[in-house]
Design a binder for this molecule. Structure first.
Ligand code: UGA
Length: 437
């Protein structure tokens, strides 16, 4: 099939390459010429394991192209909307300008029978507005809503082998016919036994934000338990293991630490609260305010812990921050807890040196005042305190003795509960973590 993908960021680039891998002819459209040039050259503009190989294969097959010119999508019959919906500056609500401009660029190209498929995360009600706009211009085109659940770091795997496919559609004959086109797009995925859930447009949009809200709540729940553990001397990692054995609870997303960040969970729960307010049901989501607060408190607690470890003041102390990305296997620094803590420490007078295997270039652009090092050992050289804030495998594997040889003080704070305390303590380190004695 001929497909177009509007928006070639984290979601769209992976989606476009994956659809080509599934055998479709795909044109990726993006307004950023640098992004398009990099993708055309087979270089993803961001770090995503497996994507360089997938892009190379798809470009090599001749089935994947990129363009800044929307009219290049005029041959396609199924058009995916994959643009970003960031948080509005100074507000909780989502900024829909990229969605609207992608739709406006697409409208003049629509032919009878074309299907527009929304994948971006949007406030419920957006799809209905887009559907109306499409019908005004091309009454014989249809809108479906097909939210995306990929995780950065596992984006290729999640796109090719998703947990489920959600199809949102109006209750009409023509929408049901359009959903058959989507079945054709995902023929291989469906043949693999991937569950398909059909829903109305509102439910499909809500599924996405409900899923992210649940995940954020799960993380903040365990971080709230970490606060209790800190007050009582209990160990949140043991608590998580113990409750996680209950299949109804499950152990995943119960890792306590410095909390969630990234371009999705924080802004999605805020946009969800803003939308609930508009709908007059803000009370239904008031718990998300607490989820957000618990999350932000963990960053403050991390700085407090650093101060305690440094004997009451961090002024003039040299601190190595290991991790800048919001999570491992990503170079994404959007709302990164690690960088937020690093910047706070620096503002409060510490001399902070940040290392990260992938995210330093992005971090330097956003926080030029922080000092950066290429490796953990470089960052830790002469440090009074080492803080592990993103659990990159190479940081988890760090040898206490190797680090001890370069630091000024053997003090380590584990912001992700990813290190083995005994290994550090027996090597003469003061080890502290969030929610753990
Ligand atoms: C999240 C969702 O997991 C995806 O399903 C969704 O498709 C995506 O948002 C999206 O909306 O596009 P992502 O932002 O890539 O994916 O990252 P996650 O793996 O969810 O991690 C989010 C944050 O939570 C990270 O900062 C991570 O360190 C933190 N986290 C995760 C914890 O603090 N504890 C945990 O147990 C798990």
């Amino acid at each position: 099939m001929r497909l177009s993908v509007f928006g070639c960021g984290y979601l769209g680039a992976v989606h476009a390459a994956s659809m080509a891998k599934l055998g479709h002819d795909v044109i990726g459209i993006d307004v950023l010429p640098e992004q398009v040039a990099m993708l055309e050259a087979g270089t993803p503009p961001f770090h995503e394991p497996g994507l360089p190989e997938l892009l190379a294969e798809a470009l090599g097959s001749g089935r994947l192209r990129f363009s800044t010119d929307a009219s290049a999508a005029s041959d396609a019959t199924v058009h995916f909307l994959c643009v970003g919906t960031p948080q509005k500056r100074g507000e909780f609500a989502a900024d829909l300008r990229y969605v609207h401009s992608a739709v406006e660029a697409l409208l003049p190209l629509l032919k009878p029978g074309d299907v527009v498929v929304g994948k971006s995360t949007v406030p419920v009600g957006t799809a209905e507005d887009i559907a109306e706009r499409i019908k005004e211009v091309q009454p014989d085109a249809e809108l479906l809503w097909n939210p995306e659940f990929l995780r950065e770091g596992f984006a290729v795997q999640d796109t090719l082998h998703p947990d489920r496919l959600v199809y949102g559609m109006a209750d009409t004959e023509s929408a049901r016919a359009a959903s058959q086109a989507l079945d054709e797009v995902y023929a291989e995925t469906l043949a693999d036994g991937t569950p398909k859930v059909e829903a109305d447009l509102a439910t499909a949009q809500l599924v996405k934000v409900a899923a992210n809200s649940f995940l954020a709540t799960k993380i903040s729940f365990i971080n709230a338990m970490a606060e209790l553990c800190e007050a009582t001397g209990a160990d949140v990692t043991v608590l998580a293991d113990a409750i996680g054995h209950d299949a109804r609870i499950g152990r995943r997303f119960l890792n306590a630490g410095v909390g969630f960040g990234g371009g999705c969970l924080p802004k999605d729960i805020r946009a969800f609260m803003a939308r609930a307010g508009e709908l007059g049901v803000d009370q239904a989501l008031s718990f998300l305010r607490e989820v957000d607060s618990i999350n932000m408190r963990r960053r403050v607690r991390m700085v407090d812990l650093a101060r305690e470890e440094c004997g009451g003041s961090i002024v003039g102390r040299r601190v190595a921050v290991l991790g800048a990305a919001f999570k491992p296997d990503s170079d994404d620094i959007r709302d990164s807890p690690a960088l937020s803590v690093a910047a706070q420490m620096q503002l409060q007078g510490a001399e902070v040196v940040v290392a990260d295997p992938q995210a330093i270039d992005n971090a330097r652009k956003k926080w030029p005042d922080l000092t950066y090092a290429d490796t953990a050992l470089d960052a830790a050289t002469g440090a009074d305190l080492v803080m592990v804030l993103t659990e990159w495998p190479e940081y988890v594997k760090l040898e206490p003795a190797a680090l001890a040889a370069v630091v000024r003080g053997r003090r380590i704070l584990d912001g992700r509960n990813c290190l083995v305390p005994e290994a550090w303590r027996s090597a003469g380190w003061s080890y502290r973590a969030l929610g753990r004695p």
